[in-house]
Design a binder for this molecule. Structure first.
Ligand code: ASP
Length: 318
């Protein structure tokens, strides 16, 4: 087959501006719920400011995720969980609808805002995914400050790591089960549709507690934890990464939207299939090309907040 330059499909001219953010899907304990709600609300407001000013969806999702990376309530950036060796290793991806583009980084340690490193890969390289030392170097050369990984470590996670070492039977799947690991944390993400109809999705994570060094989860993998496609939708997932990877969860949601499902149904169907095939639990946020929102989770709770131009900010009730 020969392909010459094809005209890009016209972006949806109708539809609304919309933003959804999430702060992970786990059995979030009652005493942690307020902090999660507050965190997603702050991120929503920051992302919304971009969209309200007519800014691009990619900027809005990055702004929201950056704030969640700064908030140690969540398992992303500062406050990230530790791998079995007691080290921080971070994954992130930014997907934009135009041309189904995506940039991602995985297993990086020296960047406080992995989502900005993912954005740098998207905007400043011909590649999709950079990992480890190469990704760190790329981020540095792109002008992101290099940080000491110790500055991202919080005492809570050091204690969790120490406790997990005493539990050889522990599996990284456990935190997502009801009554799962004590005081769990969540991956963060955002999806947006801007005034021009452009779509974007961003996800950032410290991964699962007790993961093996070098493990890459779903968040950074196109079509697994993060996806966006013009004229179709944008998706950010959270939950048990190995299961999400095995079923390409985000891709399944886009396929549901393509087949004409509304976002809540596409989200629900994909999560149900994840459960049937792998027994895994997860959550996701998505929107379609018209800015209709879908939210679903098979974990007991998911922290999220959303806003559309025709509605008030909404945060999941306690
Ligand atoms: N999906 C993430 C991972 O497996 C974890 C999470 O969402 O909390 O790396």
């Amino acid at each position: 087959m020969t392909t010459d330059t094809l005209p890009l499909p016209t972006l949806a001219a109708t539809g609304r501006v919309a933003l959804v953010v999430h702060g992970g899907a786990w059995d979030i304990p009652d005493e942690e719920w307020d902090a999660h709600r507050a965190g997603v609300r702050v991120a929503l407001a920051a992302g919304w400011e971009v969209l309200a000013a007519g800014g691009p969806a990619r900027e809005a999702v990055c702004r929201a995720v950056q704030l969640l990376e700064d908030d140690p309530t969540f398992d992303a950036g500062r406050g990230s969980t530790l791998n079995r060796q007691g080290e921080i290793e971070l994954d992130a991806a930014l997907a934009i609808g135009e041309g189904a583009q995506i940039g991602a980084v995985a297993a990086i340690r020296t960047v406080a805002h992995p989502i900005l490193a993912a954005r740098a890969v998207l905007e400043g390289s011909e590649h999709v995914l950079l990992v480890g030392a190469g990704a760190e170097r790329f981020a540095r050369e792109a002008g992101l400050p290099e940080v000491d990984p110790a500055s991202l470590l919080v005492e809570r996670e050091r204690r969790r790591w120490a406790a997990l070492r005493q539990r050889p039977e522990y599996s990284t799947r456990q935190p997502f089960e009801p009554g799962g690991l004590d005081r769990p944390r969540g991956t963060v993400g955002a999806v947006a549709r801007d005034r021009a109809g452009r779509l974007a999705a961003a996800t950032s994570t410290g991964g699962t507690p007790g993961k093996l060094p070098g493990r890459v989860g779903d968040s950074a993998i196109p079509g697994a934890g993060t996806a966006a496609e013009e004229g179709c939708g944008a998706v950010s997932c959270t939950g048990w990464g190995e299961g999400i990877l095995r079923v390409s969860l985000a891709r399944r949601v886009l396929e549901g939207l393509e087949a004409g499902l509304l976002p809540p149904a596409a989200a629900g169907r994909a999560l149900a299939r994840l459960g049937e095939l792998t027994g895994g639990r997860a959550g996701l946020i998505c929107l379609d090309a018209a800015g209709r929102i879908g939210l679903a989770h098979t974990t007991p709770r998911m922290a999220w907040a959303s806003r559309t131009e025709d509605g008030l900010p909404e945060v999941v009730p306690p």
